[in-house]
Ligand binder design. Structure first.
Ligand code: UDX
Length: 466
């Protein structure tokens, strides 16, 4: 039987680590390089460096068996058959174009380490044409490396699952031997999903086209939610029905505070910059990005409206990461909202079961860091739900601790009726606000203290008092 390809993975981050551990578990010898010495040492010692469901369990046996090894020095890659590059490609300030500095440095270091023909597969999200430019540069230097594009579609929080259950695998390669090497690498996935082998530029664009479409879907859901708020329709039912159409599909239709994270905003900015460079109008994508930014400002105003008549208002924000189940606060809508509240002079207490470290880095001591939801809520005038990270929120315990019992639920994560029954004013996204108000006796089936939707959503205020 033919030996399995020896792999190199450059970048031990959210993409690189699950990829390295995943391929090691499929029997490959994997050398993983990271320029951060501390990270390499931690990984060698078997300590976790990122929070990712199932990752430590996947990593540990591979590390112990020696199939997966960690190094700082690129020299360790010298016998690799395929190197997967997964280093960050951040946005450049101003234009939103991609900063390829880390990619260029890593490619040069890989080329310096490998002198036999090998595939260099770029997993980092790079603008269309980057692979061609890198290949040309390597050819000029006389390097035998073949550049391929191998975009990644992992979601944070489910990267390990996504590694083993991809919806599709896309490889862009220009030379047949490189395409064949990648096909062989991906052989175990052939019965799980389509493996598309295309040219490099096509593969590079697939990533941007996918992420922009998903972000547009989220933004569209949020626009429908706005419409529901004005008209009294219920967004959850509307979008459920919309998503049941198989032509549309139900995923990425959850309304909320807007999209964030390390990919969507950055990739959309990059796509817009590429559109300008290539002279392609991308109105839909531009509107999506602008609309998403405006949404966060509008939500700050919505929260401030709840605090209008309160002196020295205090808000508790629960859930700070860009989505539930992760510690990643990069471009988090919840953080943007905290910033907006702080700018308006509101005292803010924050809590998140996973993301306190990230939040501290971004917000410092400008906010009160609370150990749990109750501590954050104590003395607050509004509870803002930033992510679904608080599934067992003890509203009954929290209610008496708050100064003003109000909830603005940016993820529709709280049981609205229950909250209103407990005496909260409750406001979600795209659904009528609720509060416990005495209904007129003639109202069929209504009794004192029952929950009733407030007519015209949020137009009626002041139903909860201190
Ligand atoms: C995304 C892509 O899904 C993934 O394929 C790509 O490789 C990297 O970027 P990720 O950044 O982990 O993954 O987050 P994702 O789960 O896609 O969510 C992105 C943002 O959209 C989050 O802020 C999330 O809260 C928001 N979102 C998502 C919604 O508001 N509603 C939805 O229905 C789905």
């Amino acid at each position: 039987m033919k030996d399995k390809a020896r792999l190199g993975v450059v970048g031990a981050g959210y993409v690189g680590l699950p990829t390295a551990a995943g391929f090691a578990s499929l029997g490959h010898r994997v050398v993983c390089i990271d320029s951060n010495r501390d990270r390499v040492e931690q990984l060698r010692a078997g300590r976790s460096v990122i929070r990712e469901l199932g990752l430590d369990e996947l990593l540990e046996p591979q590390r112990r068996s020696g199939r997966l090894q960690f190094f700082e020095d690129f020299e360790a890659l010298r016998r690799s058959d395929i190197v997967l590059l997964s280093v960050p490609t951040p946005s450049l300030p101003g234009t939103g174009a991609v900063d390829l500095e880390q990619v260029r440095r890593a490619v040069a270091a890989v080329a310096g380490a490998i002198s036999q023909p090998a595939v260099l597969a770029i997993k980092s999200t790079v603008p269309v044409g980057t692979g061609d430019a890198l290949a040309e540069e390597l050819r000029r230097q006389g390097s035998p490396l073949a550049v391929a594009s191998f975009p990644e579609f992992f979601c944070e929080g489910s990267a390990v699952y996504d590694f083993f259950h991809p919806s599709r695998l896309v490889v862009g390669a220009e030379v047949e031997w490189a395409a064949d090497a990648m096909r062989e690498l991906l052989e175990p996935f052939r019965d799980r999903c389509p493996v598309l082998v295309v040219d490099r530029r096509t593969a590079e664009l697939v990533k941007y086209a996918s992420n922009a479409f998903l972000a547009m879907k989220v933004h569209y859901a949020n626009t429908v939610a706005d419409f529901c708020e004005k008209t009294g329709a219920d967004v959850d039912s509307v979008l459920r029905a919309v998503g049941l159409d198989p032509r549309i599909g139900g995923q990425f239709l959850r309304p909320g505070p807007g999209f964030g994270g390390s990919c969507f905003p950055k990739d959309i900015r990059a796509l817009i910059a590429m559109g300008r460079e290539w002279g392609v109008p991308l109105d839909l994508v531009e509107t999506t990005l602008r609309g998403n930014e405006m949404r966060q400002m509008a939500l700050v105003q919505r929260i401030l409206a709840r605090l209008q008549k309160i002196s020295h208002p205090r808000a508790a924000v629960l859930g700070l990461a860009f989505k539930a189940g992760t510690d990643d606060c990069r471009e988090s809508p919840a953080i943007a909202i905290v910033e907006g509240l702080l700018a308006a002079g509101v005292t803010v207490a924050v809590s998140d079961p996973l993301a306190m470290e990230g939040a501290r880095r971004l917000l410092g001591e400008r906010v009160l860091h609370a150990a749990n939801a109750l501590a954050a809520a104590r003395g607050s005038d509004v509870l803002v739900i930033g992510t679904e990270n608080f599934p067992d929120l003890d509203l009954e315990g929290i209610r008496p601790a708050m100064r003003t019992a109000q909830i603005v639920d940016l993820r529709n994560a709280v049981a609205a009726e229950r909250a209103a029954e407990l005496g909260f004013y409750y406001e979600g996204i795209g659904r009528p606000a609720l509060a416990t108000i005495p209904l007129p006796v003639s109202h069929p089936g209504a009794g004192e203290g029952e929950c009733a939707p407030l007519p015209q959503g949020r137009t009626r205020t002041g139903t909860t008092t201190r």
